[in-house]
Design a protein around this ligand. Structure first.
Ligand SMILES: Cc1cc2nc3c(=O)[nH]c(=O)nc-3n(C[C@H](O)[C@H](O)[C@H](O)COP(=O)(O)O)c2cc1C
Length: 137
């Protein structure tokens, strides 16, 4: 069984392209070694992340995530055992988040609702920010 956990959080003030690049490179390294697959989307001052993998590894990743001062005010959306991964072979997919579409997301939703939610709020990563992050990394 795979555990899939999904949350929203608010970016800490002052987090820029360099800070985001540090977050993603640290996350990628850890996820690769822990069989974690993940989607991380950000937009406005919000993060949306899905993490999935073996139960204890997801717990370890989420503990790291919650300790990170670069974000706060977590809203847990989902934490369930699922039959399979939504992001197989992807230790960290990075995308843009449509913040206008997340306003209604409050409280826990079922794992089966997650793919539709992702389709509604996440879009391919903007090239400007991608270039900025590549330079900073
Ligand atoms: C929005 C966000 C998403 C994160 N996602 C992950 C993740 O998927 N996996 C992980 O291990 N850590 C994740 N982290 C935690 C940081 O990557 C980690 O604390 C940071 O890279 C420090 O790593 P270090 O202790 O190796 O320096 C995340 C942090 C933030 C702010």
């Amino acid at each position: 069984m795979i555990r899939q956990l999904c949350y929203l959080s608010t970016m800490s003030k002052g987090l820029d392209g360099t800070g985001l690049a540090r977050v993603t490179s640290g996350a990628l390294r850890f996820n690769e070694t822990m069989q974690i697959t993940s989607l991380l989307a950000f937009g406005g001052d919000m993060f949306f992340q899905v993490i999935e993998g073996p139960r204890d590894n997801v717990a370890a990743a989420f503990a790291r995530i919650c300790r990170d001062p670069r974000h706060h005010s977590f809203r847990l959306l989902q934490d369930e055992a699922v039959a399979g991964r939504d992001f197989e072979f992807c230790p960290l997919v990075v995308r843009t988040l449509d913040t206008s579409a997340i306003a209604g997301l409050d409280g826990l939703v079922s794992a089966s609702a997650i793919p539709a939610i992702i389709a509604g709020i996440v879009s391919p990563f903007g090239s400007t920010l991608l270039k900025q992050m590549a330079k900073a990394a």
